[in-house]
Design a protein around this ligand. Structure first.
Ligand code: PMP
Length: 406
């Protein structure tokens, strides 16, 4: 089948924007992806036609809005093949999903001296919530090291388990290097020790098909804004048996069954974890993003992005003074690099003036930067609306920037 890239580009109005009079080249997709018109319109349409608070209404608009919201829960469940709709919790992002888990699961599972296994390539969102739990409960954090190629040291992983290990929490794909971690094997190993596994899917969900039942992960978390959907919406998938054991994360409206000053009982799943008015317009727009992704076929997206990556890697390797960070054998469409002795910030600033949007810095992964002994990288992350021509232009710009910063 294949993808019609020009047609796809036309679906994303922002791609026609100019930056300093130059055509925008958007290579910051790992930070957030752009939105197709159907997503923008879906969100606007909520406010235009059906805006009304959900779940607590007897009136027509309230019912329309509730139905549209719940329809998306079903779509998300289908998209990742969850066992039931009740296993899908809406949050405001991956960060909130992990904080929810570190708090609710943390309270449920951990006692002083217990251990969580993370990896050296985690985003701060999958480090700091566990450090907060460490402060509250005196737990220990164990870390899977990263090899020079940017892969997880799987032998070391196997040796980190002890009778005190309570959770493994690992990113599916590194946001810095694009490394795809062998999460299936990691889950199998952890389950052999009876340890549940959280997968941070923020960088994976829009690149490759995810089947949570096949993976057999206990939790899978991601953000809508990285999958062509709106900001302010996240997903927490959890196996029912775990979600039922966990205490609520926040208290408020919607998550209760009955409230009195002598005590409160909680609502059933998934509402137990959805206190307060959710970002229902955003959730409904996420539905449009899922439809968009499904209309393009994730396998075709994978093939196209993979081709872009291979092309980009070949071209970028030829740029004088380039140092690539992370060369894993299994990877997605992210290239992190340094240029000669130049600071990543200076490279990014000059590229910006030429119309390129790339991310520079530590990418919220400072332990990984420390691992490689670098202050940060410049990161080009490709989506399926990017083109080989844009990569050629970047390579031309890098050659120019390299001589300017020599
Ligand atoms: N985990 C990973 C791997 C990420 O790439 C990101 C976003 N850069 C996050 C977590 C946090 O996502 P959000 O900011 O949407 O909560």
């Amino acid at each position: 089948m294949g993808l019609n890239i020009q047609e796809i580009r036309n679906d994303f109005p922002i791609l026609a924007e100019k930056v300093y009079g130059k055509p925008l080249v958007y290579f910051d997709n790992a930070a957030t992806t752009q939105k197709p018109l159907s997503v923008i319109e879906a969100e606007a349409d909520v406010y235009r036609r059906i805006n009304s608070n959900i779940h607590r209404s007897v009136h027509h608009l309230g019912n329309l809005c509730t139905e549209a919201f719940e329809e998306v829960r079903k779509k998300v469940a289908g998209f990742i093949n969850a066992g039931s709709n009740e296993e899908i919790i809406f949050t405001k992002g991956t960060t909130e999903s992990i904080n929810l888990l570190a708090t609710s699961l943390g309270e449920h599972l951990f006692s002083e001296g217990d251990e969580v296994i993370l990896t050296e390539m985690e985003h701060h969102s999958n480090i700091v919530p566990w450090q907060l739990l460490q402060k509250r409960k005196g737990i220990h954090i164990k870390v899977v090291p990263v090899t020079d190629d940017g892969e997880l040291d799987m032998d070391a992983f196997g040796k980190l388990f002890s009778g005190k290990t309570k959770i493994v929490s690992v990113t599916h794909i590194s946001n810095v290097m694009g490394t795809i971690n062998p999460v299936g094997k990691m889950i199998e190993k952890a389950h052999a020790f009876d340890v549940p596994v959280i997968i941070d899917g923020a960088q994976a969900i829009h690149h490759l098909p995810v089947d949570v039942q096949k993976l057999d992960c206990d939790f899978y978390v991601f953000s809508a804004h990285k999958m062509y959907g709106p900001t302010g919406v996240g997903i927490l998938y959890g196996k029912r048996e775990w979600l039922e054991k966990m205490e609520p994360y926040q208290g408020g409206g919607e998550m209760i069954d009955k409230v009195s000053f002598s005590g409160t009982t909680f609502n059933e799943l998934p509402y137990k974890f959805e206190a307060g008015t959710p970002n229902f317009a955003g959730v409904i727009a996420l539905g449009a993003a899922l439809e968009y992704l499904e209309s393009k076929n994730l396998n075709d997206i994978w093939d196209y992005e993979h081709d872009l990556f291979e092309y980009g890697m070949k071209k970028m390797k030829a740029v004088p003074g380039i140092r690539l960070i992370g060369q894993a054998s299994d990877h997605t469409s992210v290239i992190s690099f340094l240029l000669g002795k130049a600071h990543p910030f200076d490279v990014g600033t000059l590229l910006d003036k030429l119309g390129f949007a790339l991310r520079t810095g530590h990418h919220c992964a400072q332990p990984l930067m420390d691992r490689f002994g670098i202050p940060g990288t410049v990161r080009a992350s490709f989506a399926f609306y990017n083109t080989r021509d844009e990569i050629d232009r970047l390579v031309g710009a890098l050659n120019r920037v390299g001589t300017m910063l020599e």
